[in-house]
Design a protein around this ligand. Structure first.
Ligand code: ATP
Ligand code: MG
Length: 388
């Protein structure tokens, strides 16, 4: 009796001619999280993927539960296609899956191979009878069973009881690349997770204002990337020295415009990184109305700094919803660590809430933006972060 993991995927079906491409991407991503050690094999057949040769099935299930594109997962036992082996395996699988609470069950059999001599109801009946004979105290309840024993007769017989949810979405990398502006806060890691769920691979950029923001603040962003990488594979983190730009803005421009000007310079630098790495859009953790810089007018002025689309996956979420999502993903506990943030170091006393583009552009003329951006990019540190 061989143990496999059955991977079910969904949205990929909708993609018509692209389907083989999406499936290959998903298989690559599965391979990446399971590692190439040992005899792991990934096989695609009839709209599902099977993984074999796994040493630690629970560990593999945990890893796979974070791979976008997967709808659900089952540890599956495979046996030969004859009723003797099938019923024997059914009893064993059911016994192993029992915990205290299981008093009733039913068998759901499916005969995909129509040459198999028994019909689906006959397979169910014989398998159910074997379980009843061998497991004391158990009863059949076809309407509301505590557990369902699934039997699928295909090229061989596949038997399982448990179905675990996957994260859904689409395989990361299947829908291109973006640059994620990743601060150490709660929001931007969630924005990155959401865009990756749509099959988009983020490259991360963090603006570091040393010594106003400490090494610890940078470590925090690295830790966030590590958590995110469990969902989206390796992440390149670009760390950009931002202090000079902030100081220039602080010294030369009106206090009320600092935040908007800072945000625009971040966008410009992120766009340059996107152009250099094949990214087609920028992603931020902004949503509407949290702070002065997140009014419609501010978003407009920020967008106008670049030619690329700026995606804001959190735009429709409440703060509480974002926090809940951050907790589910596993970034929340890192994000709330109290290290300073470059945007709280240089905070204007009275920020403009409705900036005017022409006024902002006038202020920018006082800065040698091209040189500031060039210097910042030259001081870049690049870290490749892998899932642990
Ligand atoms: P977050 O929780 O993501 O920090 P926030 O609600 O605190 O968001 P802001 O601090 O105003 O909002 O930042 C808005 C967005 O700008 C962030 O979501 C992020 O995408 C980007 N951003 C801000 N600071 C930085 C930084 N130091 N490095 C990279 N991106 C940043
Ligand atoms: Mg922030």
């Amino acid at each position: 009796m061989e143990k496999l993991i059955l991977v079910r995927y969904g949205e990929i079906h909708l993609k018509g001619l692209n389907r083989p491409f999406f499936e290959r991407k998903l298989m690559d991503n599965i391979k990446a999280v399971l590692g190439s050690s040992g005899g792991i094999e990934i096989i695609r057949t009839q709209g599902r993927i099977f993984v074999s040769g796994i040493d630690n099935v629970n560990h593999a299930l945990e890893r796979l539960s974070k791979v976008f594109g997967i709808v659900s997962l089952s540890p599956v036992f495979v046996t030969e296609k004859n009723m003797e082996d099938i019923t024997k395996t059914c009893v064993e699988v059911f016994k192993n899956s029992m915990d205290g609470g299981v008093k009733t069950f039913k068998v759901e059999a499916r005969r995909a191979d129509k040459r198999f001599p028994l019909t689906s109801p006959q397979i169910s009946r014989q398998s159910g009878a074997a379980v009843l004979r061998n497991i004391p105290g158990i009863k059949v309840d076809v309407h509301n069973p505590d557990k369902i024993l699934y039997v699928e007769v295909r090229d061989r017989a596949y038997i399982y009881t448990d179905i675990y949810p996957g994260p859904g979405g689409m395989p990361v990398g299947a829908n291109g690349k973006v640059v994620l502006l990743l601060s150490g806060g709660i929001d931007s890691p969630v924005a990155g997770w959401m865009i990756a769920k749509r099959g988009v691979k983020p490259e991360a950029v963090y603006f570091h204002s040393f010594p106003f923001t400490s090494e610890r603040a940078k470590e925090k962003v690295i830790d966030l990337c590590r958590v995110l990488s469990e969902y989206m594979g390796d992440i390149n983190l670009h760390i950009i020295p931002f202090t000079t730009i902030q100081q220039e803005i602080y010294e030369k421009c009106p206090d009320s415009q600092i935040t908007v000007l800072m945000r625009r310079s971040m966008m410009k630098i992120a766009e340059r990184i996107a152009l250099a790495t094949g990214g087609g859009a920028l992603v931020t953790g902004e949503s509407l109305g949290q702070v002065a810089s997140q009014t419609i007018e501010s978003l407009h002025v920020t967008n106008s700094a670049v030619n690329m689309p700026v995606l804001r996956p959190l735009i429709g979420l409440d703060k509480v919803e974002i926090m809940d999502r951050a907790k589910d993903i596993g970034t929340y506990q890192i994000s709330i660590l109290p290290y300073e943030d470059c945007c709280t170091v240089f905070v204007p006393k009275h920020p403009v809430t409705k900036p005017k583009l022409d006024q902002i552009e006038n202020s920018e003329k006082k800065l040698d933006m091209d040189k500031l951006i060039k210097d910042a990019l030259e001081g870049k540190e690049l870290i490749a972060i892998k899932p642990q």
